[in-house]
Design a binder for this molecule. Structure first.
Ligand code: XLS
Ligand code: NI
Ligand code: NI
Length: 452
């Protein structure tokens, strides 16, 4: 045991101990246990590799987990031991990984692949014992200097080929570990200046690489989902997959819409100038809602801070979108999140997960209450009632064109639209969030009798 001081984390409701306050994995919510609504995942890179270094200083956390770092395999196994111990103690049922997170790259591709075979044998054994599953795998095609100008969008065909070889292996590992998803995050698939960039050709190449991957993965029996994870900037100034809408346009342009869904990350959404909820809605509306990287940014900072989520409002809006989209199928909530540099102990990791999981559990509970309350959904629905009959129905059915609409409008001055009642709706959300159950009366309702 690597963390004897960390107990199995129970659900205890409001309690000061190391426990969940809102996440009760087997509690039934709308006919499904919470763990199936949430499908929480640990991100190998942040939890087991990231040591808190930044541009101005080295790591503050030690992730050697008692192993001798010179012994690459022993260290990789210690990381896996740590990960499985944490997942089991925290009731986290899934993990996500990049090839490079599992074990340090070797000097050659062949040796790296051998190392990956060995460490995934080990991980597979631990999965069988614990019941922990793989949510998705991916390939790190951005850290090494060979990928400085991109992978699929590199101007060098050799680098494209090398990225393809690495992706092939990452897909094989994902299949080997039974992953239900494979993610493309365009690490450096973007550009710094158009003075040296053929944007169209680079995007065509990116599409080529994705098509090759889909074809190969299906040929070796991958049945899960592919996801692109949009992000607007960082590390490239301009990333091609800016946001969900841009990425859908890319997928449509290259005939990939039926093959690839979205992995929406909260922090990437806000970097793109959207709310997290907007990105989730855009994905669902386009039929490509897939999976989620659950974290949060700092709105005062312009980069991907990858914080453990604590914003219940945003998590509630997220879970509302998830419920409306019918819940997760192959996807889940991956904590693409790291503790702050000053939170450098194992206990801090546990607090990060507890707060993150509780935030989403509470968000789920509140989203259900908002749906059951019904006022938000019915208000939004009724707002469009004028399209149900008359001229509105003719617009929707295509019966009315500009000439008919002109004739109609010459007969009558339109009324101004009904109030959007944003402030009232925000008040309803606050009532559900902070009072547990809705207590609002309409302003002109008869007041309740005063209790003696
Ligand atoms: C980085 C991304 C990355 C992906 C996986 O910003 O979020 O962590 O999730 O490559
Ligand atoms: Ni991510
Ligand atoms: Ni990110």
């Amino acid at each position: 045991m690597l963390f004897p001081e960390i107990p199995v984390i129970p659900y205890r409701g409001l309690d000061d101990s190391l426990s969940f306050r809102w996440y009760n994995p087997d509690e039934d919510i709308m006919g499904k246990p919470m763990r199936e609504h949430c499908k929480f995942a640990l991100a190998w890179w942040h939890t087991l590799c990231g040591e808190g270094s930044d541009m101005f200083g080295g790591g503050t956390a030690d992730k050697s987990f008692g192993a001798d770092r010179q012994d690459v395999m022993a260290h990789a196994k210690a990381k896996a031991d740590a990960g499985f111990e944490l997942m089991e103690k925290l009731s986290v049922d899934y993990f996500c990984f990049h090839d490079a997170d599992l074990i340090e790259e070797a000097p050659t591709l062949a040796e790296s692949n051998k190392r990956l075979d060995e460490i995934t044998d080990y991980i597979k054994g631990k999965m069988a014992k614990s019941g922990v599953k793989c949510l998705w795998g991916t390939c790190n095609a951005f850290t090494h200097k060979r990928f400085m100008a991109g992978a699929g969008t590199s101007p060098s065909a050799d680098i494209f080929a090398y990225a393809a070889a690495k992706i092939k292996k990452a897909v094989e590992l994902t299949v080997k570990l039974g992953g239900s998803g494979y993610v493309f995050w365009g690490g450096r698939e973007g550009y710094e200046t158009l003075l040296n960039t053929d944007m169209k050709f680079e995007q065509e190449n990116l599409a080529r690489l994705i098509k090759m991957t889909v074809k190969y993965a299906r040929s070796i029996g991958f049945k899960g989902d592919f996801y692109i994870e949009p992000k607007p900037k960082e590390p490239s100034k301009h990333q091609y997959d800016v946001d969900v809408a841009t990425t859908c346009n890319f997928l449509r342009a290259y005939g990939l819409m039926d093959e690839v869904k979205m992995n929406v990350e909260a922090n990437h959404a806000t970097l793109a100038g959207h709310t997290f909820q907007h990105e989730l809605r855009a994905a669902a509306d386009n039929g490509v809602f897939g999976s989620i990287d659950a974290n949060q940014g700092d709105l005062l900072l312009g980069w991907d801070t990858d914080q453990f989520p604590s914003d219940v409002y945003s998590a509630t809006m997220c879970m509302l979108e998830v419920l409306r989209a019918g819940g997760f199928t192959n996807g889940g909530l991956n904590f693409d999140a790291k503790t702050r540099r000053m939170s450098h102990t194992a206990e801090d990791i546990v607090h990060g997960f507890i707060t993150g999981m509780d935030t989403y559990a509470l968000g789920l509970r509140k989203a259900v209450q908002i749906i059951e309350d019904g006022r938000i959904d019915s208000f939004a629905g009724e707002r469009y009632a004028s399209y149900k009959s008359g001229i509105g129905a003719d617009i929707v059915s295509g019966k009315a064109g500009l000439a008919e609409l002109e004739a109609y409008s010459l007969q009558r001055e339109p009324r101004i639209p009904e109030s959007g009642r944003q402030e009232m709706l925000e008040g309803i959300v606050n009532c559900v969030l902070f009072e547990g159950k809705p207590r609002m009366r309409r302003w002109n309702d008869v007041p309740p009798p005063v209790e003696p």
